[in-house]
Design a protein around this ligand. Structure first.
Ligand code: ZN
Length: 167
C-alpha cells in the first residue's frame, strides 16, 4: 500500500512531498513563523541476532527521495541499539567492527546493571544514537563506500529508527 502525505499548513503549499510503504509512518510539520519545513518519518527494523549491523541506507534513501535539499537526522530511540556510517563495499568491515567491540566490551563482566545487558548499553554509548546526512536533489550525500548502519547490540528485537529532515 502506498499513501501520500501533505503538509497540514494551508500556507505551506507542499503536497505529495513523499510516499512510502505502509510499514513506515510519516508526518510533516510546517512552521510558518520561521518558514521551516520538517519531515518526520520512521523505519521499522526486526533484528535477527544479538549483535548485528544492518544496512538501512536504501530505506532512508527511499524516505527522502522527494526532498530537494536539507539535512537529514537519523536517530535511534533505544538504549541498546545505535547508528553509524561506515564501509559497505567489504562485508568483513561489519564483522571486524562487531568483533572488536565485543572484545573491548565483553558480554559478561563485573557489571552492576541487573538486566544483564550492560555490554549493549556501553556499546550504544560508544557508537552513538544519531547521524546526520546532507540531502541534495533527493539523494543522500554519502561517500562512495559509505552506508548507514543500524547497530543492534541486544537483539533479536523489533526496533525503530526515526528520520527527520529539516529543510
Ligand atoms: Zn539494560
Amino acid at each position: 500500500m502506498i499513501f501520500f502525505n501533505e503538509c497540514d499548513s494551508r500556507e505551506c503549499g507542499q503536497k505529495s512531498l513523499a510516499f512510502l510503504p505502509c510499514q513506515k509512518t510519516m508526518f510533516s510539520e510546517h512552521n510558518s513563523r520561521q518558514g521551516l519545513f520538517f519531515l518526520k518519518m520512521e523505519i521499522t527494523i526486526n533484528s535477527q541476532k544479538r549483535n548485528e549491523l544492518i544496512d538501512i541506507t536504501f530505506q532512508v534513501q527511499e524516505l527522502i527521495k522527494n526532498v530537494e535539499k536539507g539535512v537529514c537526522t537519523i536517530f535511534v530511540p533505544h538504549t541498546t541499539a545505535a547508528i553509524t556510517i561506515n564501509e559497505s563495499a567489504d562485508p568483513d568491515v561489519r564483522i571486524d567492527i562487531l568483533r572488536k567491540l565485543s572484545e573491548l566490551i565483553p558480554q559478561h563482566d563485573n557489571y552492576l546493571h541487573s538486566e544483564g545487558n550492560s555490554d549493549a548499553h556501553l556499546k550504544t554509548s560508544l557508537i552513538g544514537s544519531s547521524v546526520q546526512v546532507i540531502i541534495k536533489k533527493g539523494v543522500l550525500v554519502l561517500g562512495t563506500w559509505q552506508a548507514i548502519y543500524f547497530c543492534e547490540f541486544d537483539g533479536p528485537r523489533n526496533r525503530k529508527v526515526l528520520v527527520e529532515v529539516l529543510d
